[in-house]
Design a protein around this ligand. Structure first.
Ligand code: ADP
Length: 486
């Protein structure tokens, strides 16, 4: 049994802006189920306080961090026994809306101060300077918001082991170089071998340079980020840390995303009752005012409408397939992409349905009702939707990158013979390769027996957090061993 302090700036259901929240909300309970003692730390944002209110929130301590008096509140991750500590410092965290951005979309003007304070709170709790009578064996920091914590802990002779997880390398927490002095960081962290990145202060480097172990959210992404093409300027450093860098696939919440029990569905189903899935297709087509046919496959897409997700390739695929496919798209993001999708939906309502916005219920209904699910991401550290699709018997078509490549097995003759084929992958970036994969998928869709094999292979996978939690347990042990051997 290990004592684990997990630091994350978001955790579902307390606060969510992206996949990090899913991990920080799911991994701690999965670790607890394996017998570990996990405590989660996040800032006391108003939304988090509101979401935790039902669990009860108590002040358990206070501490002075870089001259600021902060409180530590304690609550519980809703629906679990996992203890959550909230760093309460209202001048920095009691702000409405997005935790990182002002209402006009610009970053909060003092993010470096806010997340340096967060890192200092991690250090104080890790060394029990708050006096809560608990010391972790390992501190698990996530993304740039917690990146300074491993750096600051590296200065402490009696520190616990540290693990740093990169959920998306393109967000690095870069600030003007002058922030180094403003934050009064230890001199030994200065310079390009420390926290400096081309004259700027890099929070993510704090994790990558100083943590005992670094990992990302899929084995493939761990390799990709060591290449010049996908290393976001940090590939050299990541190669340097290569022997300490690994990848662990995220799991999915197998209770929330279970077609056999999903309350959002018109009809529940499982691997042995796949014919029942069709009722969800009919429901979705009716809801989205699409023609009620089973001859033309319905292709789903859910996600942020940004370049990373390959929305421009998606648009080209919609145009190229003409009336051989129907589409249902759910998402929000860049205005240009939103408009381009809406324009097609208005022009071709009998083929394309678009819902701009965030809608959890519709997301479940698309996963159940679509025949195919498209994820043409340029890069994808792990990705969740392809795993939901596999579980729901909705065959994924994906760009073979990151976690997409690690979860979707292309329908080749060899994979079919081995019984592992569960979707369609394209290796070359761009719409031409995407279309080629879609053409293969449409041909397979016309072969009912083959289609069932693909669906069943996907539905048979165990994509739950249990597996990943075991892997994290082993990673923590390695970090502790590294720490012990100096
Ligand atoms: P990322 O973290 O890069 O946005 P992931 O695939 O890892 O992508 O996770 C995105 C999560 O957010 C998934 O659970 C996905 O279903 C959900 N999601 C994204 N956009 C929407 C939306 N518009 N409505 C409902 N759920 C959405």
């Amino acid at each position: 049994m290990l004592r684990i302090l997990m630091a994350s700036s978001e955790a579902w259901p307390l606060l969510k802006t992206g996949g990090l929240a899913d991990v920080a909300g799911s991994l701690p309970p999965a670790l607890a189920a394996l017998g570990h003692d996990v405590r989660l730390l996040l800032p006391a944002y108003p939304a988090a306080l509101q979401a935790a209110a039902g669990e009860g929130i108590a002040r358990v301590g206070g501490v002075e961090l870089a001259g600021l008096a902060v409180d530590i509140l304690q609550t519980c991750l809703p629906g679990t026994q996992v203890a959550v500590w909230l760093l309460d410092y209202p001048p920095m965290f009691a702000r409405p809306g997005n935790p990182y951005l002002q209402p006009d979309g610009r970053p909060w003007w003092d993010n470096e101060h806010r997340f340096a304070l967060f890192a200092r709170a991690v250090v104080a709790l890790a060394l029990d300077r708050v006096g809560l009578g608990w010391r972790p064996d390992v501190v698990h920091c996530n993304d740039w918001q917690a990146g300074l914590a491993p750096a600051l802990l590296s200065q402490e002779p009696r520190r616990p082991a540290t693990v740093f997880t990169i959920h998306n390398l393109s967000y690095q927490g870069l600030f003007p170089g002058s922030a180094f002095d403003a934050l009064q960081l230890p001199e030994s962290l200065r310079g390009y071998q420390g926290l400096e990145y081309h004259g700027q202060l890099s929070f993510i480097k704090g994790g990558i340079v100083y943590a005992d172990r670094v990992n990302t959210v899929s084995p493939r992404y761990a390799r990709e980020i060591q290449s010049g093409a996908m290393g976001c300027g940090l590939d050299g450093l990541l190669r340097h840390r290569g022997t300490r860098l690994s990848g662990i696939l995220n799991g999915i919440d197998a209770d929330v995303w279970n077609p056999a029990t999903d309350p959002h569905l018109a009809q529940t189903y499982d691997r042995d009752h796949l014919t029942r899935k069709a009722a969800n297709g009919e429901f979705l087509r009716r809801r989205m005012a699409l023609p009620r046919t089973q001859q033309v496959p319905l292709i789903g897409f859910i996600g942020r409408l940004v370049e990373q997700k390959g929305v421009d390739w998606l648009l080209q695929a919609i145009d190229a397939l003409g009336d051989r496919a129907h589409w249902v798209v759910l998402g929000s993001g860049e205005r240009g992409f939103e408009r381009a999708l809406q324009e097609r939906a208005q022009r071709l309502p009998q083929r394309i349905a678009v819902h701009i916005g965030y809608d959890e219920t519709l997301a479940h209904q698309i996963e159940a009702g679509a025949d195919l699910f498209l994820m043409p991401s340029r890069f994808e550290p792990c990705g969740l939707n392809q795993m939901y699709s596999l579980r729901y018997g909705t065959v994924p078509v994906v760009h073979a990158v990151g976690g997409l490549a690690d979860t979707v097995v292309d329908c080749t003759a060899a994979a079919l013979a081995a019984g592992t084929a569960n979707g369609f992958c394209f290796a070359q970036p761009g719409p031409a390769a995407l279309l080629e994969a879609l053409e293969r998928a449409l041909a397979a869709f016309a072969d009912a027996a083959l289609w069932r094999r693909l669906q069943r292979a996907g539905m048979a996978l165990d994509l739950s957090w249990r597996c990943s939690a075991h892997s994290y347990g082993r990673l923590y042990q390695r970090a502790i061993a590294d720490r012990a051997s100096g």
